[in-house]
Design a binder for this molecule. Structure first.
Ligand SMILES: [Zn+2]
Length: 157
């Protein structure tokens, strides 16, 4: 099996050229970038060359993938957090177990749609730039009052 690009990438540019020169002629246009050498070698290189390259590069490969245990640890932390939060939630007061998997009635459903549409409507999420601090603010959240620029222009009488 051919070595992966990642493995060959562990070799330096010079090493790649040095190892390959006895086996294959790499055109000038493919010699400048390491990635080009690697893809050329993987495409046209004889098996002996690939074996030599793999043997040279493999010892530099990290022995164990350190990302897997770390990710597992993170999952555990997240899992513990969820558990703790659930324990502290007064879930039995908010959720009637007898209602489990019961579908909402048509009225409830429409009410929920309505609240969803209201909460995500263009008017609700409209933003405006504050004329005093220059920050972007939510029109409804911050009770923005719009003024026309002309209203601030002093009148010359
Ligand atoms: Zn402001």
């Amino acid at each position: 099996m051919a070595p992966s690009e990642d493995i060959l990438d562990l070799l330096t540019h010079d090493e790649l050229l040095r190892f390959t020169q006895d086996f294959i002629h790499i055109p000038r246009s493919n010699r400048r970038r390491k990635a080009d050498i690697i893809s050329f070698v993987l495409q046209y290189g004889p098996d002996e060359l690939l074996t030599v390259l793999e043997q040279a590069a493999s010892p530099r490969a990290p022995t164990a993938n350190p990302r897997i245990p770390k990710r597992r640890r993170d999952n555990n932390v997240a899992f513990q957090r969820n558990t703790i939060r659930r324990v502290h939630e007064p879930w039995d007061q908010q959720h009637d177990p007898n209602q489990f998997l019961c579908l909402p009635s048509k009225e409830e459903l429409h009410g929920r749609y309505e609240r969803f549409y209201e909460a995500t409507s263009n008017d609700t999420i409209a933003m405006a730039v504050c004329g005093i601090c220059g920050r972007e603010v939510g029109v409804s959240d911050h009770e923005v009052v719009k003024w026309h620029l002309n209203e601030f222009t002093p009148e010359h009488t």
